[in-house]
Design a protein around this ligand. Sequence first.
Ligand SMILES: Cc1cc2nc3c(=O)[nH]c(=O)nc-3n(C[C@H](O)[C@H](O)[C@H](O)COP(=O)(O)OP(=O)(O)OC[C@H]3O[C@@H](n4cnc5c(N)ncnc54)[C@H](O)[C@@H]3O)c2cc1C
Length: 466
Amino acid sequence: MTVAVIGGGITGLALAYQLRARGTAAVVLESTSRVGGNVQTHARQGYLLETGPNSFLDREATTRELADALGVSARIRPADAAAKKRYVFTRGALRALPTSPPAFLKSDILPLASRLRVVGELFSGRNPTGSDESLAQLGRRHLGREATAVLLDAMQTGTYAGDPEQLSAEATFPQLVKFEREHRSLILGAIRAQRAARQAKAPGAVEPGPRLSGQMSTFDGGLGVLVDALAKALGDAVRTDAKVEGLERAADGWKVRFTHGGQPQELSASHVVLAVPAHVAAALVRPLDAQLADVADRIPYAPIAVVHLGFAPGSVPKPDGFGFLVPAVERTAMLGTIHVSTTFPFRVEGGRVLLTCLMGGARRPEVVDRDEDALAALAREELKTMTGLTAAPELTQVYRWPRGIPQYTVGHLERVAAMEERLKRWPGLHLTGNAYRGVGVNDCIREASRLAQALGGPAAPATRSA
Ligand SMILES: Cc1cc2nc3c(=O)[nH]c(=O)nc-3n(C[C@H](O)[C@H](O)[C@H](O)COP(=O)(O)OP(=O)(O)OC[C@H]3O[C@@H](n4cnc5c(N)ncnc54)[C@H](O)[C@@H]3O)c2cc1C
């Protein structure tokens, strides 16, 4: 059996690696000259810059298992204790997110009447229709208008850079929908889930599986460490500059047409996995199945720009906490800023300060089209308004993602189920990646592991390297 994996982002690489670890032949075809997709780390002038994702939550066994198998888990670094606090820019100021119910009641994160409305959540009702609804609808029913516009919006911005009026509650925050279904109130659901988790963890019990810190983490050389380790392990099973142009059914599987160095080439495979963005998958399957293509094409993306601002040692004070998020009601192009040098001090040399501003998203998609100087100027202008920072950076680097984060809009899970149903007509064809069942790095690796298991059987026992 040979598996052709189209797309050398984290999903395609993790899948091919895990298939090969199971003894299944797998080849990755990647259209650009380097693998990793939006996960890449660049070292510039004393700063480690991420092109896309900044970190992952170290709570997924499959991510740890992959890092273990590649021999890089000893290089995982959790966020510094100084990054504990998180802020939201609201009502003209950065306000710390409270971390406990009593702290929430005393905090200034929302006006008093809105904080009391959140307490009223205990009496809120279930979704009267029982069908999927927007995140904003769920939020307003439970938390009220202001908490939804400020807190829930900031929370989704941190992951989806989306519009809560459009995002599906069930596809983006399934835990909240589960709490509502099972306990009616989100607060009661959260309290009972915490209690159940405490009871399940008997004193002195040793947790099975890898050692998950549950903390926001990266690698000592940035997330590129994982991509580099995958690329090294895969060796010449990865072909870069190999743009897939078409798929055809063959008697014994599939024929993949691609260009390599401008030359047309073909590859035969028993299975083809499209680990590419949904619109690319749609274009590739359209000649075979227009209905399948339409489902994939209906997954929109929010554009996003990453603006890194690096400050010379001593030129600005060390910022406090992980960073801050900005809800859409503030009408900024900035979605939030990560205090990278506070969170991961090893990503800068010699006391430099690195801020990473995320701009655009579903709320202001047009700003991502601006040129890099204009985007950096806008980030600095908004930072000045929000934080008072006026110092000139010694480094400015902008990365743009016109199709940044897939948007799981209302009805997303139904569309993914319809896609699965349609795929049954095409044995050996699979669609995966961040467009369908989770947008984070952990989700991509979990999906890759699931598919590797489905195609290649159970994994050989892993040798733990750290
Ligand atoms: C700005 C930004 C910040 C983010 N922050 C975080 C974060 O902090 N934490 C987190 O967990 N997640 C974050 N994410 C999400 C996460 O980075 C992505 O979900 C994940 O990297 C997607 O991986 P993928 O392999 O599914 O897709 P991609 O990375 O998009 O990879 C797809 C690959 O397919 C290739 N390709 C496309 N067309 C073809 C073709 N015709 N033939 C061959 N190859 C093709 C592309 O070149 C690309 O390499 C962020 C994303 C962005 C954009």
